[in-house]
Ligand binder design. Structure first.
Ligand SMILES: *Cc1c(COP(=O)(O)O)cnc(C)c1O
Length: 399
């Protein structure tokens, strides 16, 4: 058997392959330069163009761009009217921002466990957490796999809840033929460099609800409006504006919007390339699954995933090493593996708030077995094969 790099053997690759990376073209750069040479670096016309491109992909009326996805989620919680005393149900298998946004507006995040096959928020678990204080649900399209939003929406409507979809991973994905964003009351897309397309930092909320749209616009820009039809008081003159709410400066710049707009033109290609790599992985990992060393990620039959992340589920019962040793051995092979995510309720800040270890057994157990492989559109077929070879090499050494 080949000696592992961690034990002094030759690594599977010469250079580290990152787990995720943006893909910026010369055309993207030219679009940003055009804005740099224009009159507007911010609050200009490119923002609205970018917003329209995102609304079109999601199949909705309105889109509001924010300086990042976290600010966008904060805006969505504000627009939904979540406030002190309100509970919002979400998944623990996500990035902290999915529930931090609830804390920002004074609400209480309530975590419900995940579905054992898709690893997405489980509606049956959500039902167990429903109280008279529940105001909203924030499911997350973890790994890019879209959740069955119709099912959640029906439940939410019956119970008077707002559905906010954290689709940071799933721009361009669809469920039962409907694009992500088309069904929830509000949907958030992130444009961080590892996400489906990038603006450097950026986030967008899409919605069909004109009232949410109005509140999102106010919130993004200091709570100030210059729309005279919306004024509470009489206009005092052409300079007049009103601050009606306590908003923030959460705006995206036109430079970023230009990058985003240009990148949106390649979204379909990016999603296709991610699907191709995921398919390559799943084909080549069949033997490893048959040997009982891993489980491959499953996608619901009606879903087309955005494949933001490809996560192997290690069958640690059949391995002689733990996840940490396997992680370190793969890094030594120059495979940029990662772990998504430490369950949010286990983070020290949430522990201080009183969330308890052991309260979400499936999510906690899954976290112990998860390892994320590199996956991004610019990866080559050879890169993917290097990853597969390294995974076989390491896992068979620990069989
Ligand atoms: C990236 C991410 C966010 C936050 O987006 P930013 O643009 O980085 O602020 C929120 N939720 C999930 C699940 C994410 O992966």
């Amino acid at each position: 058997m080949e000696q592992l790099a961690i034990n002094g053997g030759k690594p599977a690759r010469e250079k580290l392959l990152a787990y995720g990376s943006q893909w910026i073209s010369d055309a993207d750069i030219e679009e940003v330069v055009l804005v740099l040479k224009s009159d507007y670096l911010t609050q200009g016309p490119t923002i609205a163009e970018f917003e329209r491109s995102v609304a079109a992909v999601a199949g909705v009326e309105y889109a509001v761009a924010f300086c990042n996805g976290t600010a966008a989620l904060h805006g969505a919680c504000y627009a939904a009217g979540i406030t002190e005393g309100d509970e919002v149900i979400t998944t623990p298998l996500t990035f902290a921002a999915s529930s931090n946004c609830v804390l920002y507006v004074g609400g209480t995040p309530v975590f419900a466990d995940v579905d054992p096959t898709t690893f997405l928020l489980d509606l049956n678990e959500v039902k167990k957490k429903l109280t008279s204080k529940t105001k909203a649900i924030i499911p997350v399209d973890f790994t890019g796999q879209p959740i069955d939003m119709r099912k959640f929406k029906a439940f939410a409507e019956k119970n008077g809840l707002v559905m906010i979809q954290d689709a940071a991973h799933s721009l361009g994905a669809s469920f039962a033929g409907e694009p992500v964003g088309a069904v929830a009351d509000m949907t958030m897309f992130s444009f961080h460099p590892v996400k489906p397309v990038t603006t450097g930092e950026g986030g967008v909320i899409v919605t069909n609800n004109p009232d949410y749209y109005r509140r999102l616009l106010l919130f993004r820009s200091h709570g100030i409006t210059r729309d005279h039809q919306a004024y509470t008081n009489e206009s005092e003159g052409p300079w007049y504006y009103e601050m009606q709410e306590l908003g923030y400066n959460y705006r995206l710049t036109d430079l970023q919007a230009a990058l985003g707009l240009s990148q949106m033109g390649r979204l379909g290609e990016f999603v296709q390339l991610r699907n191709n790599i995921a398919q390559t992985y799943s084909n080549l990992f069949e033997d490893l699954e048959n040997e009982g060393l891993i489980r491959r990620p499953l996608v619901h039959a009606e879903a087309i995933s955005g494949w933001h992340l490809y996560i192997l589920h290690l069958q640690l019962d059949h391995l002689t090493a733990g996840r940490k040793e396997i992680f370190e051995a793969l890094r030594a092979e120059n495979i940029g593996v990662n772990v998504h995510y430490i369950p949010v309720h286990l983070l020290p800040y949430y522990q201080r708030l009183g969330y308890e270890k052991g309260s979400l057994p499936l999510a906690e157990q899954l976290y112990e077995c998860f390892i994320t492989l590199p996956l991004f559109p610019k990866m080559t077929e050879q890169d993917a094969k290097d990853v597969v070879n390294a995974v076989y090499k390491v896992l068979r050494a620990y069989r």
